[in-house]
Design a protein around this ligand. Structure first.
Ligand SMILES: Cc1cc2nc3c(=O)[nH]c(=O)nc-3n(C[C@H](O)[C@H](O)[C@H](O)COP(=O)(O)O)c2cc1C
Length: 230
């Protein structure tokens, strides 16, 4: 229910109440709305207590999750790890990108709906209020943890952004970049005490349809994340 409390307010013009009462018509630190359908995410932390070595040693694919939503801080941190902007002057991000052309897009599916991550401004745009995780699980050949986990992140790519400079080599570069972003997500999940699993087995057309992707955007990867059961 936590995520519900966090995200429903973005649907109500002029009103936003997030955990801790932040954002309820105030201007103090914390998530605030830019419009009725956007929510800014909390600033990411760069001082976590888990070393990269620890996260590498502990990472394991997790497929059983507790029925506990992630906090907006955790969601924001994960998205930042995948594609957050770390050098605003040039727009460079946490994950490298061939020619700094950034072909990847991130979509989130939670019980509260479908969201698109905008690295610029570190914010979400809500695309749907419907819980589409069951539909995503069906598209992922019925892998049930995609439905039961609190968060699925779909990594998509607009190949044309990279193709414009690199031609056919874009096919390779874009896939490699998705791997960079995915590994950042897995390691960040460990550092947050969360579990994750990469999902490559899905029907592209079904995922594209449920996300209503434009014709030039291709789903590449699903990363399912939550609190490990047990
Ligand atoms: C490209 C790729 C696609 C994968 N797709 C799936 C998948 O669809 N479903 C799944 O349960 N695991 C999937 N995995 C996870 C692997 O099964 C897992 O990484 C492997 O068993 C090794 O275990 P570990 O991740 O715990 O080290 C995928 C992994 C990769 C790298």
């Amino acid at each position: 229910m936590k995520a519900k409390l966090m995200l429903i307010p973005i649907l109500i013009p002029g009103a936003l109440c997030l955990p801790g009462g932040l954002g309820c018509g105030q201007t103090t630190a914390g998530p605030t709305t830019a419009s009725a359908t956007e929510v800014s995410l909390p600033a990411p932390s760069t001082t976590g207590e888990t070393s990269v070595e620890q996260a590498l040693a502990e990472r394991r694919s997790v497929r059983q999750f507790r029925a506990e939503d992630l906090t907006i801080e955790q969601i924001g941190q994960l998205l930042w790890a995948a594609q957050g902007i770390t050098e605003p002057s040039r727009g460079f991000r946490t994950a490298p990108s061939a020619g700094a052309l950034y072909p990847l897009e991130l979509y989130l599916l939670t019980r509260d709906g479908v969201f698109h991550y905008l690295p610029k401004g570190h914010k979400l745009v809500q695309l749907s209020e419907q819980d589409r995780r069951a539909q995503l699980a069906r598209a992922a050949l019925g892998q049930s943890f995609v439905r039961t986990a609190p968060l699925d992140i779909v990594i998509t790519a607009v190949y044309a952004r990279t193709r414009a400079k690199y031609g056919d080599r874009a096919e390779r570069y874009v896939i490699l970049e998705a791997g960079h972003a995915a590994q950042n997500l897995h390691l960040q999940a460990v550092a947050l005490g969360l579990g994750s699993v990469p999902v490559g087995a899905f029907t592209d057309a079904k995922v594209a349809e449920l996300l209503n992707l434009p014709a030039d955007e291709t789903p590449l990867y699903i990363i399912t994340i939550g609190h490990p059961a047990g």
